[in-house]
Design a protein around this ligand. Structure first.
Ligand code: ADP
Length: 576
């Protein structure tokens, strides 16, 4: 109840973007003014009942000035400090008026007012003003004491003692506030500074990881691509095996980089899910198809039990992130199972109109996870035990990512496990059905036999290994491509020749991809200015797609890309 009232009152005041201290100071001022309105109202009621015209006027003045100040503050919160000076001075005047006018010294209200001066000046202003206003307010008592004695000639108490007490008490109040004010405000200042520093470090970490990932992905792209090419063209089983190991290790590195980046993106809240139509049944089939080999290598069974009711339906969601969840969980299940079977299940639990509640289950007969370990394994970089790293490798990031992704899908991951018997991970996701018919490419091979040789391609790439890899690809697809190593060369060549497509690396010396696109789009010849541009980038920042489109590019491929991905895009251009 009081919480609700507080929320309602807070809603009256616009949010203020000041520091913690400034916000507290503003609140203090609102509090004091609010109290004045309350006091004024009580005073007014009393004066009206006693038919005191002068009292009523004074009460009204208090209420109106306070309300006026509240209104001014709501509009200009930055002037709160001046308001506090005003309020403190007004209170001091009131104290002097009270103490001298009645000639009774410190009545409880005067004392309270002095304390209010102390609090407002110390916390609403600063230490220096706190000390000055406290002394001025407290002086009223001492002065009134002397003046009243002089007037009345009475000496009711041993004087020296009284004065000393008053002075000592106020000194204690003063020093205590000076001391605590220093400690409190310095701590808050330090915390604010630390927060700023933390935000800066987090930003630096993100940009460092993004740069590093680009630097690592570019050479890895070449390693994976060339290993793939060599495997296809090589008949020697021993060499094929070595190449497979090479490719597997490089792909492992890419996975690791992706995992670290994903965790980083999640921590900084930059990861977002896509909402696109996709065929869930086919997606699960193709994910499980690619997991079979891993299971066979360990001589365990792998089965995918996908509800036939899902077949042929399109759902709206993020297929890439859903595959990532399934890959991670099935990958772990195979990794931690030495005998028996791993099963991937997807069952329709319930359907409400176009909403489908689907349960995903990944079951294994592996080593299992104890209750205590279950509490920790979703934390970043945590593995169930040290022997896990020794026996199975891994970084402990997979489940952290899975848990976060499942949360982003609006669900929660659950685990059932018995050490020595196996583990089941499961979660339910609500997918909306996509009812408009959609062309369906999932699982289809890029059309073989299409003639890509007609495409006039310009490639801008500065990394020697990638140039080598792309040359091999072009040769295989019978494409005559021109290759240049920076944006300046792109512009020069474009002036002389026409192309159907520009494959553009974004990081290049002399003139980078971004600058190049700007120059191309400003060219006079419309055929050249409107050339179709596919960016090749190792960057994985969350907004890369948006930035690429904003910069005027048509599409992008993120490195390391699969041969087939590029082929699909080239075939797409051919069809135009
Ligand atoms: P990684 O597999 O890279 O070590 P994960 O975050 O994917 O990291 O998993 C964290 C830990 O959880 C693993 O190291 C392992 O100890 C435990 N774990 C995960 N899945 C299973 C499973 N299916 N069976 C047994 N233990 C598992």
């Amino acid at each position: 109840m009081s919480g609700k009232i507080f929320q309602k009152v807070s809603a009256l005041f616009p949010p203020y973007e000041g520091t913690l201290i400034e916000k507290a100071q503003l609140r203090l001022f609102y509090l004091m003014l609010g109290a004045n309105v309350l006091k004024g109202t009580v005073y007014l009621a009393d004066a009206v009942m006693a038919h005191q015209g002068e009292g009523s006027m004074r009460a009204l003045r208090l209420i109106i000035t306070s309300l006026l100040l509240i209104a001014i503050l709501r509009r200009f919160p930055k002037i709160a400090r001046w308001g506090i000076h005003y309020a403190v001075l007004a209170t001091i005047l009131h104290i002097y008026y009270r103490v001298f006018n009645r000639d009774i010294g410190a009545d409880p209200i005067a004392l309270q007012a002095i304390f209010m001066v102390v609090i407002s000046a110390f916390y609403g202003l600063n230490k220096r003003w706190g000390a000055v206003y406290t002394v001025v307010a407290a002086l009223s008592l001492i002065l009134s004491h002397y003046i009243s004695f002089r007037w009345t000639g009475l000496h009711p108490l041993p004087q020296g003692l009284n004065d000393v007490y008053i002075v000592i008490n106020f000194l204690v109040i003063l020093i205590a506030h000076v001391y605590f004010h220093g400690v409190l405000f310095n701590t808050i200042h330090e915390k604010d500074a630390l927060n700023e520093e933390l935000a800066r470090v987090a930003d630096e970490k993100t940009s460092f990881l993004s740069t590093m990932s680009h630097e690592l992905r570019t050479p890895l792209n070449a390693v994976i691509g060339i290993a793939g090419l060599l495997t296809r063209n090589n008949q020697d089983p021993a060499q094929k095996e070595h190449l497979d190991i090479l490719k597997f290790s490089a792909e492992g590195l890419v996975r690791l980089i992706n995992d670290v980046l994903d965790v980083n993106k999640m921590e900084s809240g930059k990861l977002e899910l896509e909402s696109v139509p996709f065929n869930l049944y086919q997606l699960l089939k193709s994910v499980s198809g690619s997991m079979v080999q891993g299971a066979e290598e360990k001589s365990i069974q792998f089965a995918a039990d996908i509800d036939r009711k899902l077949e042929g339906r399109q759902f709206i969601g993020d297929p890439t992130r859903l595959s990532q969840i399934i890959y991670n969980l099935v990958g772990n299940a195979i990794k931690f199972t030495n005998f028996g079977a791993v099963t991937l299940r997807a069952n329709l639990l319930r359907q409400l109109d176009d909403q489908y509640i689907i349960r995903f289950e990944i079951e294994d007969t592996g080593i299992g996870i104890t209750k205590r370990q279950q509490e920790k394994i979703f934390d970043p970089y945590v593995q169930a035990s040290e022997t896990t790293t020794r026996n199975f490798g891994g970084t402990g990031l997979g489940l952290t990512i899975v848990k976060q992704l499942v949360l982003m899908f609006g669900s929660e991951i659950h685990i059932n496990s018995k050490p020595g018997f196996g583990t089941t991970f499961y979660f339910d996701i609500v997918f909306k059905e996509h009812l408009t018919p959609m062309s369906d490419n999932t699982g289809k091979d890029p059309e073989e036999g299409q003639d890509l040789s007609k495409l006039r391609i310009l490639l801008a790439e500065d990394h020697a290994m990638n140039i080598f890899f792309m040359r091999q690809l072009f040769k295989q697809w019978h494409i005559q491509a021109d290759i240049v190593e920076n944006g300046m060369e792109v512009i020069n060549l474009l002036k002389e020749k026409n192309y159907d497509l520009l494959l553009l690396d974004l990081h290049m010396p002399v003139m980078d991809g971004w600058e190049t696109v700007k120059n191309i789009r400003e060219m006079n010849d419309p055929e050249k200015a409107e050339i179709y541009i596919i960016a090749l980038t190792g960057s994985v920042s969350a907004d890369i797609q948006e930035r690429i489109v904003d910069a005027g590019m048509n599409d992008y491929l993120s490195k390391p890309f699969q041969m087939d991905d590029l082929k699909l895009k080239l075939l797409g251009r051919l069809a135009k």
